[in-house]
Structure formats: C-alpha cells, structure tokens
Design a protein around this ligand. Structure first.
Ligand SMILES: Nc1nc2c(ncn2[C@@H]2O[C@H](COP(=O)(O)OP(=O)(O)OP(=O)(O)O)[C@@H](O)[C@H]2O)c(=O)[nH]1
Ligand SMILES: [Mg+2]
Length: 314
C-alpha cells in the first residue's frame, strides 16, 4: 500500500491519513496495521494521566522541550473521552502544545471519543503503533484519568505518570479510581499553590503501606506553567526506563500487553463473526418481545441463538 510505504519513508501526511483511516475503522485497517507491525516495538511510551485540569497538557508541553533538547523525536496522543472532537485539530487554548506543531520532530494528535471507551482505547493503541512505525523515539499519551475504564488506555504505556494537584483532594479521588496502582511516577503539579507538601506527604504515606516491588514511585513537585520540576520529572522517567530495561521488566510488561491484545483481538473477531451470522439469520426483535412478555428467558434464548450457528474453524 502506497500510504504505508510513504509513512515508513517519513511522510507526515501519510502518517496523519493512516491514523484517520485506522481510527475510522477503514476496511484496510487490519492490512495497514499488519504490514506496519514489524516496524513497531522501538518507541518508548509514556502515559500522562490525571484529573481534568490538573495540568497534563502544560506538563507535556514542557516535557517536549526537554525531550527535543535531548535530540529525541516525539509523538503525542492527547486522548479526551469527554470530547466529541477527533483528528489533527488541537482543541483551542486548552492545549498549549501548538508551539511544537511546526517542529518536524514532533507529531501531535488529539483524539475524542468514538462511541465507546473501549473503542477509544483501541484507537489510541493503534495510533501509538503508527507513531512507533513512523520512527518516533518517544510517545506521550495524555489521558484524563477519572475512571476505571481510562486505566485501559494507560496500560499501553511503559512508564505511567500520574498528575495530582494540591487542591481539591485529587489524591483521594484518584485512589478510588484505581489509578494509584498503575503510577510509576507521581507529579504534584501546581506546586505554587498551598497544600503541596501535604499532598506529597499523603502520597508518600500511601506508598509506605504498599509493601511491594523494587521500584518505589518518586513524588515530583512541579509548576508546569513555569517549567519548574520538569527536569526532575524527565530524570525520573529515564530512571524508570532504565530500571525496567535492566531488570527485564520491560520485556515482561510488553509481553503482558501483547497477551492482552491478542486475547482482545480474538474476542473482537469472535464477536464480529457471531453477530454477523446471527443478524443475517434472524431478527432479534421478536425474541425480545417474547422475553419482555416473560414467555421466554434471555438465558436459554441466547443459547438457542448460538446453537443455530455453525462455527467455521479457520
Ligand atoms: N497555578 C498553576 N496553574 C497551572 C499549573 N499547571 C497548569 N496550570 C493551569 O491549569 C489549567 C489547566 O491546565 P492544562 O495543562 O490544560 O491541564 P490538563 O490536565 O491538560 O487539562 P484537561 O486536558 O482539560 O484535563 C490551565 O489554566 C493552566 O494554566 C501550575 O503548575 N500552577
Ligand atoms: Mg489537556
């Protein structure tokens, strides 16, 4: 495919077009991802998650400067499950990253919700693959971490940075959402506001309770609007990466990810296949009527539907 060859040759427009095709579930999607797969696995993925308005985009903006300064190329995926917008457009002044848009070593893509959150996390993962194949050294994924489902998106990262703020009791909220468990690094952003030390102490106390693992997530205070603490954050990211690489953990977590993806892909295929068969053979409507009238039950009805399908063994 011409576009795939162009992407591999470093053509940014081909990259943008392929992301759109994949996002829209183009019929060629699997073929595209399949042919690019051998070129992936080189990029290092960093997830940045935190409550709305905690300063994730401002942090990404500053991190980009550090990373570019180190001579590395970067892809950014800004995922917002609450936004209906998707595509290349940067969402107004909420994202401060526009300055980097002219830098050819940086590629930024924002992504809004496409129906389900599950769909969004798949689209995010696929976009990461395209950026990886394109040759970006680092990929930053910004996600609004407010619920359990966003955790799925975060699971695609090698290093996960959780952004907290001193105000508003974010830390407690995040703890509830289960995001605490997946943090490799904590940032207490807006450290210019009161309560920073207390927030940092809270996180440390919580980490003390966790009797696990060789890596203790550092707690980094930052003022992203002024660029303070960004050097320390970048340092922590590199240290975490080094820890993962030296301990063999990186290979392990990447295998775990592949295992999840493979399972998900099989389930996705089975689901598609089954519903295609069921849809062509009968309508569900009458069955629903029957069940609503309590003449039937959904349990035996589901089994009967499936019993009518002859499963082809590929
Ligand atoms: N005082 C202070 N304000 C900050 C800091 N970092 C970010 N802000 C402000 O917080 C607001 C949100 O910043 P963003 O970087 O857009 O936050 P975000 O987490 O990306 O927001 P969403 O993507 O909407 O969830 C902006 O008005 C920033 O200027 C900081 O370190 N200190
Ligand atoms: Mg943002």
């Amino acid at each position: 495919m011409q576009l795939v060859t162009e992407l591999l040759g470093g053509n940014r427009r081909a990259l943008a077009r392929l992301i759109t095709l994949v996002e829209n579930g183009d019929p060629l999607k699997n073929e595209i991802l399949q042919s690019l797969y051998p070129h992936t696995g080189k990029a290092y993925v960093i997830g940045i998650t935190g409550a709305p308005g905690s300063g994730k985009s401002s942090l990404v903006d500053r991190l980009l400067q550090e990373m570019r300064g180190a001579g590395l190329t970067v892809g950014v995926v800004a995922v917002d499950p609450n936004s209906p917008f998707t595509g290349g457009a940067i969402l107004g002044d909420r994202i401060r990253m526009q300055d980097h848009a002219l830098d050819r070593g940086v590629f930024i893509r924002s992504m809004g919700t496409r129906g389900s959150l599950g769909g969004l996390s798949r689209a995010t993962r696929e976009t990461i693959q395209l950026l990886d194949a394109f040759g970006k050294d680092l990929i930053l994924v910004e996600t609004v971490g407010v619920g359990q489902s966003e955790v799925d998106i975060v699971k695609t990262a090698d290093t996960t940075v959780v952004v907290l703020t001193p105000a508003g009791g974010d830390s407690v909220q995040t703890l509830k959402a289960g995001i605490m468990e997946i943090a490799d690094i904590f940032v207490i952003n807006k450290a210019d506001l009161p309560g920073t030390e207390r927030a940092a102490a809270e996180v440390s106390a919580m980490l003390d309770l966790k009797s696990c693992c060789d890596w203790r997530p550092p707690v980094v205070p930052a003022v992203s609007t002024r660029g303070e603490g960004i050097g320390a954050l970048w340092q922590s990211v590199q240290e975490h990466r080094e820890y993962l690489e030296k301990s063999g953990r990186l290979l392990e977590i990447r295998k775990e990810r592949i295992s999840r993806e493979l399972t998900e892909q099989v389930e996705h295929l089975v689901k598609t296949m089954v519903w295609e068969k069921i849809k062509v053979r009968m309508t569900l409507g009458s069955l629903v009527e029957e069940i609503a009238l309590r003449r039937r039950d959904p349990y035996s009805a589901a089994r009967e539907l499936l019993a009518q399908i002859e499963f082809p063994v590929p």
